[in-house]
Design a protein around this ligand. Structure first.
Ligand SMILES: Cc1ncc(COP(=O)(O)O)c(C=O)c1O
Length: 390
């Protein structure tokens, strides 16, 4: 079927964090919220149908996960990424970040180090620090309009010892899909220094144009044994409110230890809607996903062209993946809180402050373009107007 992504969706009765928490976050009611990473777009019909069928059963007791559940994840990874992943290494979680937080709480000692690569998804910072770990920063380098990993710096820091490295693969917010060469170099440095890799691949189904996602653990058997991979259909199919993800562990031993923690926290089961929605997504969601990616590519092109023609002071990136754009606003001549204040109170737009992603985020704003193009047009015209009247 042909999906309509153009209609502006009404989320006023949707208990949406992006909309309902915007006034509190940005301090005013009249902003267009383009921040938190979910979509103002309807998911695939087979997913909605699966949930309606489940709702119509009217019984919502404890849920048993069928074997087919993880087999579908396996088949999806094989088809999309040519990754042969063994279902015996997979485990359920109530989301990538809940998983990472549980993991850090149990398997990171006080003061142990975790390497991260800012500017990067800020919850990595809290997942480490909230549980007593120490962050070590290996900032990305910005060279000729794109971001790269700084391997010399990584090598030096890895030698000083760390327990884990969290790689955002592909990367939020800079939109890089890492190449096999880059991931191999990163993985080898970690192996050489006894650092386990946590590869957050939640954005890996949202690959744009002719880019190719490489699962870290698919590179070699050695890497698979040193990598914990976080995957989820929630970012792909706009199901984040169902709170579910899959972790592929490097060893059965570590998986069992993690599942023991989940058992003690009494959170080892799927809720019934996360179960049926994920199965429908992996089995029947591809047609929707293909159309979605084309629409997102169109939105990205629209933003790039609009800025070039109307507001050259703002330089958007052209992400390889996902629906988050990284806007270089340094030529606006506004710094720190003044830049954020300008977006909120002059342009009346709710974007993420680049500084929240850590080092390298100053002067940037993150824009979520997973919405109707008509809404983006409205937002960009508000921005243009605000810049003219600045
Ligand atoms: C890189 C990354 N990891 C994890 C998450 C959150 O995942 P979950 O909702 O499964 O906790 C996000 C959400 O934006 C993200 O961008």
């Amino acid at each position: 079927m042909i999906y309509d992504f153009n209609t502006i969706m009404d989320r006023s009765d949707n208990y949406s964090a992006k909309h309902d928490e915007a006034a509190k976050k940005f301090g005013r009611e009249d902003i267009i919220p383009l921040w938190i990473a979910d979509m103002d777009l309807k998911t695939a019909k087979p997913i909605i149908d699966a949930m309606i069928d489940r709702a119509n059963q009217g019984m919502f007791g404890y849920t048993s996960r069928p074997e087919r559940y993880f087999e579908l994840v396996k088949e999806w990874q094989k088809k999309k990424n040519n990754w042969d992943v063994d279902v015996n290494y997979m485990s359920h979680s109530t989301g990538v970040m809940p998983m990472m937080c549980h993991f850090m709480r149990e398997f990171l000692g006080k003061g142990e180090k975790v390497i991260v690569q800012p500017p990067v998804y800020s919850e990595f910072f809290t997942a480490v620090e909230d549980w007593g770990g120490e962050l070590v920063y290996n900032p990305l380098e910005y060279i000729d309009g794109d971001y790269y990993m700084d391997f010399d710096d990584l090598e030096a820091k890895a030698k000083q010892g760390a327990k884990y490295l969290i790689v955002c693969n592909p990367h939020n917010p800079v939109g890089r899909v890492w190449t096999k060469e880059e991931l191999t170099r990163l993985g080898q440095i970690c192996l050489d220094n006894g650092i386990m890799v946590i590869s957050d691949e939640i954005h890996s189904d949202l690959i744009l144009w002719d880019n190719k996602h490489i699962p870290m653990a698919s590179i070699s058997e050695e890497f698979a044994k040193n990598t914990m991979t976080c995957i989820s259909a929630t970012k792909t199919f706009n199901l984040a409110g169902l709170q579910v993800s899959t972790t592929v562990f490097p060893t059965i031993e570590l998986k069992e230890k993690y599942e023991d923690v989940q058992g003690r926290l009494d959170s080892k089961r799927n809720n019934c809607f996360s179960l049926v929605s994920n199965m429908a997504a992996y089995e029947y969601g591809e047609e929707w996903l293909e159309q979605l990616l084309t629409y997102i590519e169109g939105n990205i092109e629209y933003i790039i062209n609009f800025c070039k023609e109307n507001i050259p002071q703002i330089k958007p990136n052209r992400p390889d993946c996902t629906y988050l754009m990284w806007l270089d606003c340094k030529d606006l001549g506004l710094e720190g809180d003044d830049l954020v204040d300008f977006f909120i109170n002059k342009a009346r737009l709710g974007l993420n402050d680049g500084r929240s992603f850590g080092q390298g985020g100053e002067g940037y704003m993150r824009l979520n373009v997973a919405c109707s193009r008509l809404l983006l047009e409205k937002a960009m015209n508000q921005l243009k107007e605000a810049i003219i009247n600045k």
